[in-house]
Design a protein around this ligand. Structure first.
Ligand code: NAD
Length: 498
């Protein structure tokens, strides 16, 4: 993958263009006008995605022909689309990123002080967010009357790709430090894997400083002292949150662009949403999408045009022609509409900023190489099962004793947790219990009372027999999770207090 050295030919590069919802069409028209005036050698192929497609009855939110256009073009320029909160169709943004394996979401955010109001004049951060997995896998279930769950999936190949991308990006763009943000003091397996991969891969880049922070204090520090950060790599949800924080404190969420990069396809967009509150008013700031388009031009090798546009844009900002979101009395010269802003940028094509840092993409960046993943063979051993039971009682001893009474020859109850806290045996009477009981069964021969627990192998047939016995005894089993050891290491979390 080489974002800056794709061969440029006279032939126009096909780009799949989606105008999106809300302010999407306004900012896309402004952006394309600037690209055309600057001489970008592209051929937009329009695709229909978003609200209108959903409303026409297509629940995927994307027309079938659009996939063919994307497949041919391999590059997408996309305006924001609307996704309903809490109900309705699935996010098409997430579908596009996952279906097209756009594993890396790259969001550079830098201050444009003093032209755009910010408390952090030297801020210059690139957030590299994992884009395909984590809680955004979107696998959710209601399991009992009171409990819903969302699966957080973190994979080794996914973590390796994104962490490697962050270090390769830092190297290619002359960045000095990569900070990993995780919450592995709590999620020891999922965030623990991401952190472990970070430690492994950072060792291969001794010239780049690497550090890790817990996401809560990390995001607080990012908000308080963004100038201390360079490149940040993190998982999907955390990255989504902190990149908006970063954009907002840099001046406006309307300014930052992002690249969604895969090994074969790449999609470029603004980081903000469809802003329905200002849609149709011709007042939106097109800068986020324009910056996404500049990244796109760099990706397809048209770095000179990319620099020309970026420098005209920086000059426009410097000369105080601002849309309403960044307009400040005393600093700004003129409040302009979306379309007027585009005209101002076009009028400055060929100019360079006097104070702000000039864009020099054409002077080249290094290459980004992501090796293909090689799966290692590790010994896998089944040592038990967590059986989740829907039970509306409230006394853990009652369900515990009833489960003990189930006579399943090969497996025995080890403990019960409720929302992760051990409530049987020997729970605290203060612990609040809902109707969702995680009941851990291990081999009847397991030694669990003293010292280091030892879990003998369990046959899956034993699990099936246990489930039949539980069902016959009237328990409402809602799901199971097998307990494995991989390479002799425990592959499941302990209950709090276990
Ligand atoms: P939003 O980013 O659309 O808007 C947040 C605030 O920022 C609003 O006050 C808005 O007016 C302002 N704003 C955003 N972009 C601006 C711009 N270019 N110029 C000036 N002001 C701007 O976030 P939201 O309101 O939470 O989401 C609206 C919709 O967008 C939702 O349906 C959401 O799912 C969707 N969304 C889409 C994407 C995407 O397509 N990539 C990303 C985020 C949100």
């Amino acid at each position: 993958m080489n974002p800056d050295t794709t061969t440029v030919t006279d032939k126009k590069v096909k780009i799949a263009v989606a105008k999106g919802d809300g302010i999407g069409p306004e900012i896309m028209d402004a952006t394309l006008k600037i690209l055309e005036a600057a001489g970008a050698s592209i051929q937009p192929e329009y695709i229909e995605i978003g609200e209108n497609v959903y409303l026409s009855g297509n629940t995927s939110g994307i027309q079938e022909e659009a996939w063919n256009i994307i497949d041919e073009a391999k590059v997408i320029l996309k305006a924001p689309i609307t996704t309903p909160q809490g109900k309705g169709y699935k996010s098409l943004n997430v579908t596009l990123r996952k279906s097209l394996a756009l594993f890396s979401n790259v969001r550079p955010v830098n201050a444009l002080h003093p032209y755009v109001q910010t408390n952090f004049p030297k801020m210059d951060v690139v957030i590299i967010r994992e884009n395909e997995e984590d809680l955004y896998a979107g696998i959710e279930h209601q399991q009992t009357q009171e409990v819903v769950q969302c699966l957080k999936l973190i994979t080794r190949p996914g973590s390796e790709k994104i962490v490697r991308y962050a270090f390769e990006y830092a190297q290619a763009y002359g960045r000095k430090k990569v900070t990993c943000m995780v919450k592995d003091n709590i999620m020891k397996l999922t965030d623990g894997l991401f952190h472990q991969v970070f430690k492994e891969i950072s060792a291969e880049y001794p010239d780049i400083i690497s550090e890790s922070q817990i996401i809560d204090i990390g995001s607080a520090r990012l908000a308080a002292n963004p100038e201390n950060y360079d490149v940040i790599v993190t998982s999907n949800l955390y990255g989504d949150v902190i990149s908006d924080i970063a954009a907002e404190i840099a001046g406006s969420v309307g300014m930052a662009g992002s690249a969604n990069v895969g090994l074969n396809v790449a999609m470029f967009e603004a980081i903000h949403g469809s802003a329905p509150d200002i849609s149709g008013k011709n007042i939106a700031n097109p800068s986020g999408l324009l910056n996404g388009a500049v990244m796109m031009l760099s990706h397809i090798g048209q770095t000179e045009v990319a620099d020309k546009i970026k420098n005209a844009w920086l000059t426009t900002i410097e000369e105080g022609h601002h849309t309403a979101d960044i307009f400040q009395e005393g600093q700004s010269v003129k409040k302009v509409s979306t379309s007027e802003f585009a005209e101002e940028v076009i009028a400055r094509l060929g100019q360079k900023p006097k104070q702000l840092k000039e864009s020099k993409l054409a002077s080249g960046a290094g290459t980004i190489n992501i090796p293909s993943y090689e799966r290692k063979v590790v010994d896998k051993k089944l040592v038990g099962v967590d059986v989740f039971i829907d039970w509306s009682g409230s006394n853990p001893d009652e369900i515990g004793n009833n489960l003990h009474a189930v006579n399943s020859a090969k497996m025995k109850l080890k403990m019960i947790t409720n929302r992760g806290v051990k409530v049987f045996p020997n729970g605290l009477k203060e612990t609040y219990c809902t109707d969702h009981w995680r009941c851990r069964f291990v081999s009847s021969e397991a030694i669990i009372q003293t010292g280091k627990p030892h879990y003998p192998t369990v046959e899956y047939d034993h699990v099936l027999t246990l489930l039949t016995d539980l069902s016959n005894a009237g328990f409402d089993v809602i799901k199971t999770e097998n307990l494995y050891e991989f390479g002799g290491k425990r592959g499941f979390s302990l209950g709090q207090g276990e």
